[in-house]
Write a protein that binds this ligand. Structure first.
Ligand code: PCA
Length: 326
């Protein structure tokens, strides 16, 4: 028996109608930082990996630079199901629980080795706290070490008194207050305008953010204090995750694990190259004076003590686990 081409085509069409392909899922992913930032580049690669691994069945569109939801709105948007997946700076959740901001205490964990140990010690608590809100943590990646950007060289910490300071979480605000500076919260994307309009005159951030915000246009000195490595986290609405077909869910989790490994490597690798970029654009790169180091260390010790008081038994357990892992 032979089938004509037409009846074969008809049979194929009927099969396609009666056996629908797995439904395609399109996810919007709000993120806070711009396209040139390594975190965003890593997320783009993560989305590509998920698309490839699922044959396009799970299609994540990244909305960077706060274009879908502003940074302060992203977590609640995902909790409420307005978007299924997103990224934030973890320490922005400090007002919910002190455990979220342990990575922003100066000099508690100021190398990649220590940052890894701190993340290993804090991940279970962060996962559990997010899970209580219907959120599943996928991965975390640190920014390079946070250093000081100033309009002129400072060796005496007293010279920081009264200087306006760009903060990005409560810890940077506390640090500024301890140093006698005057903090204002400014999103990364708004840094150039905040400096240009005179709202702030100093900041502490990574060389990555210094480069993406062209710090050489409004500051001239980079003091390499490398005080802490705050992390971005990527998380998903747990109901949305559970609604995925099993193979898509597995592909998402596998891509997330790869993105975590890749992101830490990208962060570490660009620390030196981004400092060099600051320098090649005319910034003076210097080490802190002994007096400035001492003032920053004292601030870190004060912030550690205050954090331990806020974080209670859970905080003490976390720090003990961190010290044991070091
Ligand atoms: N960049 C982000 C957070 C920490 C960093 O290095 C910022 O400055 O907003």
């Amino acid at each position: 028996m032979t089938l004509s081409f037409r009846s074969l085509a008809l049979a194929t069409a009927l099969t396609a109608l009666t056996l629908p392909a797995a439904a395609q899922t399109a996810w919007d992913m709000p993120t806070p930082y711009g396209d040139t930032v390594f975190h965003t580049m890593n997320i783009m690669e993560f989305a590509d990996d998920v698309r490839d691994a699922t044959g396009g069945q799970l299609d994540i569109t990244v909305h960077s630079a706060g274009s879908l939801f502003g940074h302060p709105e992203i977590k609640d948007a995902i909790r409420r199901g307005l978007a299924p997946i997103g990224e934030i700076l973890l320490s922005r959740l400090a007002n919910e629980n002190a455990l979220f901001e342990v990575d922003s205490i100066p000099f508690l964990a100021d190398s990649y080795t220590d940052a890894r140990a701190l993340w290993a010690a804090s991940r279970p608590a962060v996962e559990a706290l997010l899970a209580e809100q219907g959120l599943t943590l996928l991965y975390a990646v640190p920014w390079p070490g946070q250093s000081l950007y100033l309009t002129e060289e400072v060796t005496d910490p007293a010279a920081l008194q009264g200087v306006t300071f760009r903060a990005y979480n409560t810890a940077t605000e506390q640090l500024a207050n301890i140093l006698g500076m005057v903090p204002t919260q400014v999103e990364a994307g708004d840094i150039p305008t905040a400096f240009a309009t005179g709202r702030v005159a100093a900041m502490m951030t990574s060389p990555s953010t210094g480069v993406s915000s062209q710090a050489w246009d409004y500051t001239s000195v980079y003091i390499d204090v490398n005080a802490w490595l705050p992390k971005n986290v990527v998380f998903v609405n747990t109901d949305a995750l559970n609604a995925l077909p099993g193979d898509s869910r597995a592909a998402l989790l596998a891509a997330a694990a790869e993105a975590e490994t890749r992101g830490w490597a990208m962060s570490e690798a660009e620390t030196a190259t981004q400092i060099a970029t600051l320098q090649s654009n005319g910034m003076t790169v210097i080490q802190p004076s002994d007096a400035l180091s001492a003032a920053l260390s004292a601030a870190g010790e004060q912030m550690t003590a205050e954090w331990l008081a806020r974080a209670g038994d859970d905080g003490a357990a976390l720090v003990a686990a961190f010290e044991a892992a070091q």
